[in-house]
Design a protein around this ligand. Structure first.
Ligand SMILES: C[S@@+](CC[C@H](N)C(=O)[O-])C[C@H]1O[C@@H](n2cnc3c(N)ncnc32)[C@H](O)[C@@H]1O
Length: 297
């Protein structure tokens, strides 16, 4: 299983040196290859000194196997992405798992409540105007997946009669509970990251920003299956996710999952949801928003 690169800068760090990425804190970039080679050599020397020659040779072989396996995985995932191979046994299903997300977001520094990813107030207004206002009806029941520190919840709760916030991170939910202690129209649900534990036809709209960019294709497919089930007829699901074009390196640096625009279209078609629009407007290169609509009876 791929473990997430945990040393994301903390919210406090990004507050002073703001990331140029509106949605995701800039992960620690990998060291340049020169220093990587120097590090590997240093480890081998230490292995020789501490464990002896045989140990150092085996340790070196193990490093080589790991590096070949990583490259092989990247190539396999490229094919899976190109051909929309989404299976529990696929390589992409081993990355960006629920466990990875729980570990990352339960220990994240939420002191800026996710606003460290807000480009500017104008940008946030544009997201509300173009994506929330047309699809999240006022006075309805809205499901928000992955509220984090409540960056969008604060807006949605003011226009909805009921908001259900569903997250895999207990920490994120407890931050929202504390932040919105005075709001009586929010329900908090801890999920298993692979679907929506709500009754059929129980919500008018679904909103999820900066969440499916970090969820693998298999879990994403399970969510889209449930969109169709929990949405009332004609309701919209608006989700922010990766597209097919960002490079492997770029995606790794931004902790972007292996989901593509085509996969989302396949999942929607599989479950009878109409893809109303798939667009990169107001988003960083490599990300998209897809708006899906549940069929009318
Ligand atoms: C980058 S934060 C974004 C928070 C918020 N949506 C925002 O835009 O500020 C990602 C959030 O998604 C949640 N998350 C990650 N994987 C999830 C999953 N499979 N199901 C539900 N929530 C998930 C995390 O716990 C975290 O709260």
């Amino acid at each position: 299983m791929m473990t997430p690169k945990m040393p994301f800068p903390t919210a406090a760090a990004t507050a002073t040196g703001r990331s140029d990425d509106p949605e995701v804190p800039r992960p620690e970039h990998g060291p340049p290859s020169g220093s990587f080679a120097a590090k590997a050599l240093g480890r081998l020397r230490a292995a020789r000194r501490l464990g002896g020659l045989r140990y150092a040779l085996l340790y070196g072989t193990r490093m080589l196997v790991d590096s070949v396996r990583d490259r092989l995985d990247d190539t396999l995932v490229q094919i899976e992405r190109r051909r929309s191979v989404v299976e529990p046994w696929s390589i992409a299903a081993r990355r960006y798992t629920v466990a990875d997300n729980v570990a990352l977001w339960n220990t994240y520094d939420w002191s800026l409540r996710g606003e460290e990813w807000t480009h500017s107030e104008d940008w946030k207004r544009a997201i509300v105007e173009h994506y929330i206002a047309p699809h999240v009806p006022t006075g309805g029941t809205v499901l928000e997946i992955g509220p984090g520190g409540g960056r969008w919840t604060d807006i949605i709760r003011q226009r909805s009669s009921q908001v259900v916030v569903l997250d895999v991170s207990e920490r994120a939910l407890s931050i929202c509970r504390e932040r919105f202690a005075d709001a009586s129209n929010i329900r908090y649900v801890l999920g298993d990251g692979n679907g929506i534990p709500l009754p059929d036809a129980s919500v008018d709209a679904i909103w999820s920003f900066d969440v499916f960019v970090h969820i693998n294709p298999v879990n994403t497919r399970a969510y889209v299956r449930d969109f169709q089930r929990v949405l009332r007829p004609g309701g919209y699901a608006v989700i922010h996710h990766p597209d097919a074009h960002a490079s492997v390196t770029e995606r790794k640096q931004r902790w972007r999952s292996d989901v593509t625009d085509n996969m989302i279209q396949h999942f929607a078609a599989e479950h009878g949801l109409e893809v109303v629009v798939q667009t990169a407007r107001h988003l960083r290169t490599g990300d998209l928003i897809t708006v899906m609509r549940a069929p009318m009876p």
